[in-house]
Design a protein around this ligand. Sequence first.
Ligand code: PGA
Length: 249
Amino acid sequence: MSKYLIAGNWKMNTNLDEAKSITDRLHSYLDYDSEVELLICPPFTHLSFLSELIDLSRISLGAQNVHSEKNGAYTGEISIDMLLSVGCEYVIIGHSERRSIFGEDDKFINKKVVNSLNAGLRVILCIGETLEQREKGETFEILENQLEKGLIGVEKIINLKIAYEPVWAIGTGKTANKEQISETHEFISKFLIKRFGENNIKILYGGSMNAENAEEILSIKNVNGGLIGGASLKPDSFLSIYNTAIKLC
Ligand code: PGA
C-alpha cells in the first residue's frame, strides 16, 4: 500500500484541451514512486477521454461525485456503473461544496458511500467544520457526527479514505495550522480505530494546500496525503507536492 495519496480535485475547471495539457505535463514530469499515489479528479465530461490518455498504473483517475442509485429517472446525474465503465477508480463523496451548495445531507452521502464501496470504487469521504462551528467549539462534534452518519453500514474499509477539509480553509488561502491539523487527524484516527478495530484508512488533509506548505502539512502525524483543489490545476505545483511526499517517505 502506498504511503501517501496526493489527490487533485479539479472542481468545475478546465475544458478538454486544458485537461489534456495538464495531464500531458503530469505524465512527462512524473517521477513515478510506488510509495506515493497520484490521483486526478477532473470533471465528468473528461473521464472517458483521460482514462484512454493516461497510464492508469501511474496516475489514478477519480470523479468528483456520483449518484447513489443504480440507474433511472435522475436527470443530470451520473451512476457508479457509468464511472466504472470509463475506467474511473475513485470517487470523492460529501465534499463541502456538495453539502453546502447542493444541499447533500449525511443520509444521501452515506448511501453513495455504501453503494460505491460495494461496487468496488475507492471512496474519499470528505468531512469538515465551518468557521462558525469551529468558533463555537463544535469541531469534534461535527466531525464525529459526519463520520458516524457517513459510515453507517460500512464494513469493508479497504477502499475507504477520509479527507478532513475545514470548510473555512477551502479555496481561501487560509490553511489550518499545525496544531489544528494534528488534533483533528488524531481525533479522526481514534474514531476509525474505535469504529473498525484498526486504522489502515488514509486520512487526507484538504484546504489551500500548495507547494509551499505541503512539507509542513504532510509531515504531521496521521496525515496520509492531500486533497488539493486550486494547486492541482497548476501541474508544476501539483508535482511539487507529489515530490515533497516522495521526499518524506
Ligand atoms: P483548495 O480546495 O485546495 O482549492 O482549497 C480543496 C478542496 O476543496 O478539495
